[in-house]
Write a protein that binds this ligand. Structure first.
Ligand code: IPM
Ligand code: MG
Length: 353
């Protein structure tokens, strides 16, 4: 199992270090894991003048899976757009063809009070958001800022081909089959042609999955339903931009954005694994960040890329145990729990492992 480790920026290195502790334990226990480090984001720009250096592309292509921390920081915001950290992240997704982004939102019972929503609304929550990751508004051409009629205009293109919708829908239906067999496709077909096509293609793919009940929601309604009654959802499939927004929203249901892992897969289940949160420059280097989303991303890596459900469960259970024992980083801390640092949370998970 060759894993490329890309810590990135801000809290990236701290949280990835905790996940590496977990991988080291698994290695000691006999799993054949090889880890190699590379630069991405601002770290790539600082070290090699590029947010996604050639060396990192090669390393990631040669690896079976990639573990990524986070990218971005205020010191890079004034760089030319192609040199910005976020562009590095978008390029690695595109280069590795990681079109299916799986973002589970799951509530650990002990964290019900850490959510800003009422415990009865979120308890028992278990949603999987499947976000299309290499198309749509994020990548559509033309895009740019230019002068028209004497003033500047900014423009992007929302575009999906049938094949792009079909492959991500197939992944989502496949996941629904292994879960509650309910899939909700989220779009804005009442306004956007791009969504109209999306809706048609998803309905066509549904014919191959008669056991899955398919529903559709407009994205504005979906955003509302997610906070009104989130437990109505099993699997959600949606486009790149809508998935970006809805997955941040869904993260708050689970108490903290610091809890949510993600997997980004190509058609052979090669994948990149990263927490869904960002680089949190305000707390970077202070040993305060929550490493659980990154550790849970490693669990997803074993489940989806290495087909090792046993190890995935072992990691999940270690996280559950650390939470049950009362360990909390600041973002999920509530009265009566043990407030710990990023490093100490990593140690608690390792001990539970
Ligand atoms: C995410 C992030 C990224 C995105 C940013 C950092 C480019 O918000 O992974 O959700 O928009 O996809
Ligand atoms: Mg996002």
């Amino acid at each position: 199992m060759k894993i490329a480790i890309l810590p990135g920026d801000g809290i990236g290195p701290e949280i990835v270090a905790q996940a590496v502790k977990v991988l080291d334990v698994l290695k000691q226990d006999g799993l054949k894991i090889e880890m190699e480090y590379g630069n991405i984001g601002g770290a790539g720009y600082d070290a090699e003048g590029d947010p996604f250096p050639e060396s990192t592309l090669k390393l990631s292509q040669a690896a079976d899976a990639v573990l990524l921390g986070a990218v971005g920081g205020p010191q890079y915001d004034t760089l030319d757009r192609p040199l910005r950290p976020e562009r590095g992240l978008l390029r690695i997704r595109k280069e590795l063809n990681l079109f299916a982004n799986l973002r589970p939102a799951l509530l650990y019972p002990e964290l019900a009070s850490a959510s800003t929503l009422k415990p009865e609304v979120v308890s028992g929550l278990d949603i999987m958001i499947v976000r299309e990751l290499t198309g749509g508004l994020y990548f559509g051409q033309p895009r740019g800022i230019e002068v028209r009629n004497g003033e500047r205009v900014g423009f992007n293109t929302m575009i999906y081909s049938e094949s792009e919708v079909r492959r991500v829908a197939q992944v989502a239906f496949g996941i629904a089959m292994k879960r509650g067999k309910r899939l909700c496709s989220v779009e804005k077909a009442n306004v956007l042609e791009c969504s109209e096509l999306w809706k048609e293609v998803v309905a066509d793919v549904a014919k191959g999955y008669p056991e899955v009940s398919l529903s559709t929601l407009y994205v504005d309604n979906a955003a509302m339903q997610l906070v009104r009654n989130p437990k109505q959802f099993d699997v959600i499939v949606t486009s790149n931009l809508f998935g970006d927004i809805l997955s941040d929203e869904a993260s708050m249901l689970s108490g903290s954005i610091g809890m949510l892992p993600s997997a980004s897969l190509d058609e052979n289940n090669k994948g990149m694994y990263e927490p869904i949160h960002g680089s949190a420059p305000d707390i970077a280097g202070k040993d305060l960040a929550n490493p659980l989303a990154t550790i849970l991303s490693v669990a997803m890596m074993f489940k989806y890329t290495f087909n090792d459900e046993g190890t995935a469960e072992r990691i999940d259970n270690a996280v559950k145990k650390a939470i049950a024992q009362g360990y909390r980083t600041g973002d999920i801390w509530t009265e009566g729990c043990k407030r710990v640092s990023c490093g100490a949370m990593g140690d608690a998970v390792v001990a539970a492992l």
